[in-house]
Write a protein that binds this ligand. Structure first.
Ligand code: PLP
Length: 352
């Protein structure tokens, strides 16, 4: 790979070398946002975002997410408070968020689940009214646009993940999207021990830098991402035609929508389906089909969070029901038709 040759020749292996600078510029063009801090992963990006605003109080967040969302809140020294989700989008329900606000609340950390946009207007209105920071875990939302605008420009900060399992990746990696150059530069420093120059350390930073090797991977992948999203959309389209009319199933992400990224094909297995979700999950495994229960269990049911008052099941009915019914079908750009037809057959007629 010629980019690797370049790294050896430059003799700069990390610390914001030429690969990182090029990756940052290319991402900025692709995403159509100006101020990007590239980091080693999204989890640490979320921690830095909370640190940037000095948030150590309560952060209202979704229990229906990958565990990193709440873990990041704890690692920043703050405390997660769980609110319920919307039954249609499975993203935070602004009304439930507002009901959880106390004098200790400092921020909302919302998740664009499967890349489907949150109610950004509703959340922004609540944040404004109560003087809260609004941070988006946009790990699933690479390249997503809402009303033609980049979704990652919403809120005070948004964090993308470039982990190998995401739509776009650099093996490991992530990025924080800032509204201003000043904030981007502060986050750049936080990502590099808080170092300002050779003799000045201006904040209690961390090491969350991305190496030149990872940046080169990102640079090499970026030109392919449109093709990857297009191929994912084709796969999602075939699932949709095969499954959207099946009794008892609800397919969540309609394909072919402008600005969406077809990150996943989630279905909700309802009571009218011939068997419960877990039975379908195991039936698929018998056919060597590895569907994933994203997200189950709820973060609020995990041992380190379940004792929180906001984790009480009675306060999270939609999240609970969704976690029991959700299943994400295999979706990758080169999923071949024969394999996919078999998946569709089993899901459409699981008792056969
Ligand atoms: C993948 C993921 C993360 C963590 O991303 P990393 O880059 O692996 O740290 C955080 N939140 C959500 C919703 C994710 O899916």
């Amino acid at each position: 790979m010629p980019l690797l040759e370049e790294i050896w020749q430059s003799r700069i292996l990390t610390n914001g070398g030429v690969m990182l600078q090029r990756f940052e510029a290319a991402l900025s063009r692709y995403l159509n946002v100006e101020h990007i801090t590239i980091v080693s992963n999204a989890s640490l990006g979320l921690v830095l975002a909370l640190r940037e605003f000095g948030i150590t109080g309560e952060v209202i967040t979704s229990p229906f997410s990958f565990v990193a969302t709440s873990h990041a809140i704890r690692w920043a020294g703050a405390e997660p408070v769980f609110a319920d989700i919307d039954p249609l989008t499975l993203n935070l329900d602004p009304a439930s968020v507002e009901a959880r606000i106390t004098p200790k609340t400092q921020a909302i950390m919302a998740v664009h689940c499967y890349g489907a946009p949150c109610d950004t207007e509703g959340l922004a209105e609540i944040a404004r009214k109560h003087g809260l920071r609004l941070i988006y875990d946009a790990a699933h939302a690479f390249g997503v646009r809402k009303a033609g605008k980049p979704l990652v420009a919403e809120g005070d900060l948004s964090i993308l993940s470039f982990h190998a399992t995401k739509v776009f990746h650099s093996f490991e990696g992530g990025a924080i999207i800032s509204p201003t150059r000043e904030m981007k530069l502060r986050l750049d420093r936080l990502a590099n021990f808080g170092i300002e120059d050779e003799v000045t350390v201006s904040s209690t930073g961390l090491n969350t830098k991305m190496s030149e090797l990872h940046a080169a991977m990102g640079l090499a992948m970026l030109p392919k991402v449109d093709e990857i999203i297009e191929a994912r959309d084709q796969v999602a389209g075939r699932y949709w035609s095969g499954l959207s009319q099946v009794q008892g199933l609800r397919c969540l992400c309609p394909p072919g929508q402008k600005g969406h990224n077809s990150y996943a094909f989630p279905i909700l297995v309802g009571p009218e389906y011939p068997m419960p979700r877990d039975a379908l999950y195991h039936r698929l495994r018998e056919h060597n089909i590895y569907a994933r229960r994203y997200f189950y269990p709820l973060i609020s049911d995990m041992p380190m969070y379940q004792m929180l008052p906001s984790a009480a099941p009675a306060g999270l009915p939609i999240a609970r029901r969704s976690a029991e019914r959700i299943l994400c079908l295999p979706l990758y750009p080169d999923l071949d038709r024969v394999a996919q037809d078999k998946i569709i057959r089993v899901v459409a007629d699981p008792c056969h």
